[in-house]
Design a binder for this molecule. Sequence first.
Ligand code: 13P
Ligand code: SF4
Length: 324
Amino acid sequence: MLTPVLDRRDRPSLDALPYDLFGAIQTLKQDLNAVILAHYYQDSEIQDIADYIGDSLGLSQQAASTSADVIVFAGVHFMAETAKILNPHKLVLLPDLAAGCSLADSCPPAAFAQFKANHPGHLVISYINCTAEIKAMSDIICTSSNAVRIVQQIPADQPIIFAPDRNLGRYVMEQTGRELLLWQGSCMVHETFSEKKLVQLQIQYPDAEVIAHPECETSVLRHANFIGSTTALLKYSQQSDRQRFIVATEPGIIHQMQKQAPEKHYIPAPPINNCACNECPHMRLNTLEKLYLAMKHRTPEITLSPDIQAAALRPMQRMLEMSI
Ligand code: 13P
Ligand code: SF4
C-alpha cells in the first residue's frame, strides 16, 4: 500500500472523548477481547497502554500467537497488514490508516515484479518493512533482528535478491560475507542522521557508546559500538556497564530505555538539519485519541484480498519457522 491520501470516510467521527482515556481504552479492550500491540516508535502514552511493545519480529510473533479477537496495531500500515496476513479472520485495527512507511513506499509492486523477472533464479528475501504485495512476491520475510541468521541458512550457491532496504542489505552482506542483489530502497528516518554531528557528540562524550539500527547508512554504522534491531538496542543499553548512549534510531525507543534504566543517559543521534526528522512522521500519526476512537468504532480496519493474503502468508511462516 502506498501511503494513502486520507479518506475521511475511513475516519471515525470526532465525538466527545472521555476524560479518562486510559480507563476507557481498558474497558473497550475487555469488551472487544482486544490486544494492543505497539512498536517502540510510538508516542510514550501509547507504549504505556499497550499489552505488548516490541520490534517487528516480536510483534509478528505476538500477532501469530494471540488468542484475542481484535488486534489493535499501534504502528504503521505494513505492521498491521502483517498482523492481518497472520490472522485473516480477525479484526485488525490501525488507529490512522495514513500511517505508511517511506521504506515500504520505496518498493512499488510493479517495478519490483519487473526487477524479479530481470533476475531469474534468485531467491527473494524481503525485509518485513514492505507491502503485502511485495511479501506475496517473496520467498522469505526477515526483520532487522533475524536477517543475518536467515541469510546464513541459505545454501552458499543460491543467488539472493534482498529488498527493499539497501542499508540493511549492505549490513547483512558485511556480516555474512554473501553477495546480495539489493533493491535500492531506504528509510527516510534512518538516513537522516549526520555523521559529522555524531562524531562531534562522541568527542563531547568520550564515555558514550553509539548504538545504531541497521537501517542507518554505513557512514553512521561505522561509528557504532553495537548494531541491532530496536529490541536488541534496548537490551544492549540495559546490559552494558556504560552510563551514556548515543542512540541512532527513532527516539521513541528512548522511552523504554529510560523506564528500564532511568539512571543512564540517552542522547538521540542528531539529524542533518535542525529538525525533528529523526522522529518517524508515519509512526507519530497514531495518537491515544485515535486509538480510542478506532476501538470504539471498530474502524479503520485492515483488509486484504484473499489471494495476496495467502501468498504473503507463506514467506511469513518461513520466517517464523527459521527464527525459532
Ligand atoms: P525493528 O522493529 O525491526 O527494529 O525495525 C525498526 C523499524 O524501522 C520499524 O519500522
Ligand atoms: Fe518506515 Fe522508517 Fe518509519 Fe520505520 S522508521 S516505519 S522504516 S519510515
